[in-house]
Design a protein around this ligand. Structure first.
Ligand SMILES: C[S@@+](CC[C@H](N)C(=O)[O-])C[C@H]1O[C@@H](n2cnc3c(N)ncnc32)[C@H](O)[C@@H]1O
Length: 219
């Protein structure tokens, strides 16, 4: 039978579930701590502090952070977005207690999510996967700024190549991931990230922990 390449089959679903379990334990459990030196609990703390009851999550992945997040106010509107149908379905199921609305979209395209806007936007570990240099990735913030309410906060993190300290394991993984096309961050620098965020937001804060640039933006 001829099936379109994006067709969801039981075999692919099982394979994807396995990958998600590996992602949560290997990337969030091991790599964040020992390779990128940016513990997952630090990233989660940002969600606890900033995710609002009206939240948009971009590149939701396995949904780990929203699942573990201790929302100050339980979400009344939780929108999750990812270009990958498998991660999106997995995260939507994991977050079903919040009735998360899932959109299969690329953040490189303008978001048409309708009114109203969002009070918080999370974009964690997505920028380093996007093609192009950091200036080219700026289009993401142009799209996100358009769907944010006036006092909304945007927060997230990305693995940087320049302007951060890399241990030998991090150098090895960065080289391999960039070669395999898992990451695309050989041109991403701390300075570039700061400049790009300042282009779109009046208030920006970037903190470096290990190889990660952790950012919070308003205005
Ligand atoms: C490294 S994972 C991070 C997942 C999650 N945010 C986390 O921190 O665990 C990157 C996620 O971004 C998604 N992604 C990559 N490029 C994207 C794009 N252009 N638009 C939307 N999502 C994208 C991937 O499918 C993946 O789920």
């Amino acid at each position: 039978m001829n099936r379109p390449s994006g067709f969801i089959t039981p075999r692919r679903v099982i394979g994807a579930q396995l990958l998600f379990a590996i992602y949560d334990s290997l990337v969030l459990g091991f790599s964040n701590r020992f390779v990128w030196k940016c513990p997952t609990r630090r990233l989660l703390a940002q969600y606890d502090d900033m995710a609002s009851a009206n939240h948009l999550e971009v590149g939701v992945g396995t949904g780990f952070f929203l699942d573990r997040c201790r929302f100050r106010t339980a979400p009344s509107r939780l929108v999750i977005l990812d270009q990958n149908a498998y991660t999106l379905a997995h995260a939507a199921f994991r977050l079903r207690r919040y009735s998360a609305q899932a959109y299969q979209r690329s953040i490189l395209e303008p978001l048409k999510l309708g009114d109203p806007g969002f009070d918080s936007v999370g974009i964690n570990y997505v920028l380093h996967c996007l093609p192009g240099d950091i200036a080219g990735k700026a289009v993401v913030f142009e799209h996100l700024a358009r769907v944010m309410n006036p006092n909304a906060v945007l927060f997230g993190s990305t693995t940087l190549y320049h302007g951060v300290e890399k241990n030998p394991l991090a150098r090895l993984c960065l080289a391999a991931y960039n070669r395999l096309g898992i990451f695309c961050n050989l041109d991403d620098s701390l300075d570039g990230l700061k400049k790009m965020l300042a282009q779109y937001f009046s208030e920006t804060r970037v903190e470096v922990i290990g190889c990660s640039g952790i950012f919070v933006c308003r205005g």
